[in-house]
Design a binder for this molecule. Structure first.
Ligand SMILES: Cc1cc2nc3c(=O)[nH]c(=O)nc-3n(C[C@H](O)[C@H](O)[C@H](O)COP(=O)(O)OP(=O)(O)OC[C@H]3O[C@@H](n4cnc5c(N)ncnc54)[C@H](O)[C@@H]3O)c2cc1C
Length: 231
């Protein structure tokens, strides 16, 4: 049924936690010698379908973490909603070219929703493991206030590493919301200080990636400095 050339591994679910009403963090047992680069994704093989998920944890973590948004009526989403700790699932080798290297240059990340998954792996690796010194900025777009997740962890990172800062913005804020609101494309331009020595990483919905790529290209950012992953 599946391409037999793809190596697969059995991995036990160690923890399942809801980050908001429909986003689940799964912690998987890391198979022996399983190594990946920050930003890569893996595939989960369900009985008759397979789906790709970016790796949320960093390579030096002990577990493989995934951050999965369960879509209403989505085939894999319905399985993930019902999956339980201790079950075993089949995963592929890591894959993909949405990755960072160790170059210590300025980085700008833009994520929406579960598009934060590969970016957290990249951020934590750069800051905690590579000891990146250049500026790193993250703009994180979420729809509703009640959907906000991973903010405490980002605050902790920005308090610990002074070269890291982030903002988040709500596209559908309530009347009482006092923070940033609107699409990520409205907030990004004022945050770009260096157009030349800056690598841009975008991850999330097709519309967001399309809008931000256009905005960056129209602002004379070199295309080779723009990397993206579309969910
Ligand atoms: C490289 C890569 C990395 C990814 N990483 C992540 C990640 O880290 N986290 C994450 O959450 N997702 C990620 N994705 C997306 C993920 O792979 C799935 O595509 C997504 O979770 C939806 O899968 P599903 O089987 O639940 O939905 P599907 O069954 O594929 O359905 C997709 C959508 O169509 C709708 N739909 C289905 N059937 C119908 C129908 N008959 N009529 C109308 N609407 C319908 C569903 O409600 C759903 O909204 C990634 C994708 C790629 C390509």
């Amino acid at each position: 049924m599946y391409n037999m050339n793809i190596t697969s591994y059995q991995s036990q679910i160690l923890e399942k936690k809801y980050l908001n009403k429909d986003t689940v963090c799964l912690k998987l047992q890391k198979p022996e010698n399983y190594s990946f680069l920050p930003g890569q994704f893996l595939q989960i093989f369900f009985i008759d379908i397979k789906r790709s998920y970016s790796i949320f944890s960093k390579p030096s973590d002990e577990t493989i973490d995934l951050c999965i948004k369960c879509l209403e009526g989505g085939k894999a989403s319905e399985i993930i909603k019902n999956i339980t700790v201790e079950e075993k699932i089949t995963i592929s080798d890591p894959m993909g070219h949405f990755i960072i290297n160790e170059d210590d240059i300025e980085r700008t990340y833009v994520a929406t929703g579960s598009g934060i998954a590969p970016i957290v792996s990249m951020l934590r690796t750069s800051l905690e493991d590579y000891r990146h010194k250049s500026k790193i900025y993250l703009l994180f777009g979420i729809r509703y206030e009640e959907d906000i997740f991973y903010i405490k962890e980002l605050e902790k990172l920005s308090n610990t590493y002074k070269n890291f800062s982030f903002d988040f913005t709500l596209s559908r804020p309530s009347e009482n919301w006092k923070g940033n609101s609107g699409r990520v494309s409205a907030h990004l331009p004022s945050k770009i200080t260096d157009k030349k020595n800056n690598q841009f990483y975008l991850c999330g919905s097709p519309d967001m990636v399309k809008d931000i790529r256009k905005l960056l290209i129209d602002s004379d950012i070199d295309m080779k400095n723009i990397k993206f992953e579309i969910f």
